[in-house]
Every structure is written in structure tokens, then in C-alpha cells.
Design a binder for this molecule. Sequence first.
Ligand code: ITT
Length: 188
Amino acid sequence: MSVSDLSIYFATSNEHKFNEVRGVLSASRIKIEHLMFKHNEIRSDSLEEIAFEAVNAAYVKLKKPVFVEDTGLFISALNGFPGTFSAWVINKIGSKGILKLMRSEQNRAASFKTCIAFSDGKDIKTFFGECSGAIANKQRGKSGFGFDPIFIPADYKKTFAEDTKTKNKLSHRHQAVLKLADFLIRKY
Ligand code: ITT
């Protein structure tokens, strides 16, 4: 069987994430289906633990090859906050709230980290991606989602929300998905 004949599902409740991942995988001729998956993820400081538990739950539901992806924004001056609590934080205080917390902070260093977990019902494989950068002083840009308006990748001036092309080229998600694609091509 070739990888292009496969039915692989991405279980997520986030359409932005789905579209970004589909874009990267389609370049490797890997088609994915969307499993709308609203799951109460476990509380943990580890993206990998969260993704591992979630992909197990998704496989039990679907009984087909499936992957999930967990991402967090880790801000150095806030000891890694919001990290694995990013989804909760964006809903409660948003990017505006993060900018408030960072108002008098000189150290703007932050990174996005992603863990993808893939399950075929027998094994679970995990793949990681990371993108370093800085928290902007104000929100800029209209594209993207989540914290994109306040994140400037290292060596660039524009936020992810101002420059989607750059985001799609070097993001945490892009890196993790390339590793997943490589694995799927070898496996199938
Ligand atoms: P799932 O159903 O896939 O879990 P989610 O939106 O809850 O969707 P995550 O827990 O992985 O996804 O992500 C936490 C939040 O971090 C997410 O809701 C966004 O607000 C933010 N986020 C994730 N990826 C991002 C990105 O590439 N750019 C900006 N913000 C991002």
C-alpha cells in the first residue's frame, strides 16, 4: 500500500491547526481526514503526556490510524507559562492578557513547542517541533490564530499573524509534521 492510499485521521477541535497540518502533508501526497475531536485533555506539564493520552482516546473512538497534536507557548520570563495551559489561557485572558503580564518585562524570549502523537492501535509514536522567538510589545497582524499576533520568530521582525508564509515555513507545527510525514512514508 502506498501512503497516498491511506486514510489517516487528525483528531482536533481546532480548524486552524487542521488546515496548517493538511498543507504540510499534502506536499508529501499524504491526505488526511478531520476527526472533530473535543477531548478533555489531562493536566500535565508535558506536551508528550497530554498527546499520548489523547491519541489513545482518539484511537479507541475511531479504530483507525490517527494522530493528535498538542502545542503550547512557553514564555521564559513567566517560567514557561502558559505552556501546556495555552488553550485555557487564550480563552480566559487572550493575547491581550499575556501582553499585560509582560508589560514591564525586558526578557521577551518565548518558544512554541509541539508534540504530535500517532497511533495505529499497536504503537504510539511521538514527533516534536519547536520555534524560538519573542513576545511582541503589542498585537500585530490579522492572519493565523491563537497567539500568532504576539509572537515574532527569531531573526524576523514580523509576527506570525503578519507573515503566514514565514510561519508555514518554520513553525513548531511544520517541523513536527515533517517528521510525521517522514515516518508515514517509511512505514507505508
Ligand atoms: P485540540 O483540539 O487539537 O487540542 P486546541 O486549540 O485545544 O485544539 P492546543 O491545546 O494544542 O489546541 O493549543 C493550545 C492553544 O495554543 C490553542 O488553542 C491556540 O490558542 C494556541 N496555539 C496553538 N498553536 C498555535 C500556533 O501555531 N500559533 C498561535 N497560537 C497557537
